[in-house]
Ligand binder design. Structure first.
Ligand SMILES: C[C@@H](N)C(=O)N[C@H](C)C(=O)O
Ligand SMILES: [Zn+2]
Length: 219
């Protein structure tokens, strides 16, 4: 039974309290088998960088997809200042929608859709936002667009939302199976967000320590 209130959010102390022993792996571009989405592309190509072990797993996920379905990367590494901008912009939107919320509530609500900057898996090069495309590069229906927040999507951004059925539900299943089998964990509020090696991954997989912490791209 789907219950959004049961999702452990990225700002939860059980996640943020996990220590990081960084394995020092560097950032590399997405593997060639993964298509690149233009929406968040930057001129230097920073959006397509990720830790090497993450790239290896993404290549494995891409290779495991059924014929005619391909992975497409929207955003991987995210510089700290961009994460900060995403977080404060969304929190400000939530504040404007309901000015009675206190700061703690706003931070919690914001972390359903954007990770608190100090603990953000994209800033660690550990997260990828991905979707599926067909042979012609056309995005498949996965129930709502990538980055449709809980308000805009009516909750269908939640990976296991019961309202996502038919083709969209089937496409989600394909994505979930490929990414999970390759060693990624999903943030259950966003069907497109997958990570490996970060604090959320450590939490979901029962580890005491994460292996990818925040980093600068050097680009
Ligand atoms: C903003 C959205 N695409 C995203 O990446 N959210 C997750 C939770 C994050 O900020 O890490
Ligand atoms: Zn993400």
């Amino acid at each position: 039974m789907f219950d959004a209130s049961q999702v452990v959010l990225m700002g939860d102390p059980r996640v943020t309290g996990i220590a990081v022993a960084d394995d020092g792996s560097g950032l590399v571009p997405a593997p060639p088998a993964v298509g690149l989405h233009g929406r968040k592309a930057d001129p230097a190509g920073v959006f397509r960088l990720m830790r090497r072990p993450v790239a290896d797993r993404l290549g494995t996920a891409a290779a495991s997809l059924p014929d005619g379905i391909h992975l497409c990367l929207v955003e991987a590494y995210r510089p700290p200042e961009r994460q900060e901008l995403y977080f404060t912009t969304y929190r400000d939107k939530l504040r404007a929608a309901d000015p009675t919320h206190d700061d703690e509530t706003l931070n919690r609500l914001a972390s359903r859709f954007v990770a608190p900057p100090a603990f953000a898996p994209h800033v660690a090069g550990a997260a990828v936002d991905v979707t599926l495309v067909d042979n012609a590069g056309v995005e498949l229906d996965l129930g709502c667009p990538v980055d449709a927040n809980p308000e805009v999507s009516g909750g269908t951004c939640y990976t296991h939302h019961p309202g996502v059925t038919g083709h969209a539900g089937a496409h989600r299943k394909v994505l979930i199976e490929a990414m999970t089998a390759a060693g990624f964990v999903n943030y259950p509020t966003e069907w497109w967000h997958w990570s490996h090696g970060d604090r959320y991954w450590a939490f979901v997989t029962g580890r005491d320590v994460a292996v990818h912490g925040p980093m600068h791209s050097g680009a």
